[in-house]
Design a protein around this ligand. Sequence first.
Ligand code: MLT
Length: 265
Amino acid sequence: MTTTSIDDIQLAYDDVGSGFPVVLIHGYPFNRSLWKEQVEALSSSYRVVTPDLRGFGESDTYEGPATMNRMAQDVAGLMDYLGIDQAVIGGLSMGGYVALAFVKQFPSRVKGLVLADTRAQADTEEGKQTRHQQAEKALSEGMAGIADAMLPKLLTPETVSKRPEVVKRVRDMMLKTKPQGAASALLGMAEREDQSEFISTIGVPTMIVVGREDAITPLADSETMNSKIQHSRLVVLDNAGHVSNLEQTEHFNYALMKFLERVAA
Ligand code: MLT
């Protein structure tokens, strides 16, 4: 792990392997360890950079909304620091919101896009209110209640009952998240722009991947993105929920490798 100063914070990241750069952005309320198996699978052929977004993992927390645009600027700042002009940018869930904010702000720096278990729409008014309540809950009670409530929505019932190691991994990531970091990201997600129209202007090859049983960003959201993005391909993973890279690691990695062979040769 290394840290560097980006704008007003210290950002932690891993930078492993060599080859065409691939930047993988974690979701909420996780950290860069979400991508451990992808780093292992890709780093013999690619340079894989995994940041801890502001407020998460070993990066500094930040008071106030950590907007998706701000997080995307942090990623661009990290790429500048690492001398990376262009990369394949991938994100899971909130990481996908950040990836969309990135390609909107820095289109020439994106060679290809991976949108995993994510969506283009903004929150509904009700959704925004829930984010604000969750932010207050995180700050007043810590992460345990949030982790318990989220867990059954993140993983399939089968994973929850039969794969205790995956459940523990996901739960531990959530419990390690600092309440202030979670609260800032919740407020940032509540303010995020609707990218539903923007995505039809994306010009780079895009892989959309989703767990068939994703309860947070359902398959229909990925199908909508796939119908709007010009050069996209949809991969649906059976027996996977919202954290499809952990529940179907082998299939996820296979799809990712195939996509990278095509895009980042
Ligand atoms: C995530 O996994 O990043 C979040 O669940 C996304 C969200 O809450 O919209």
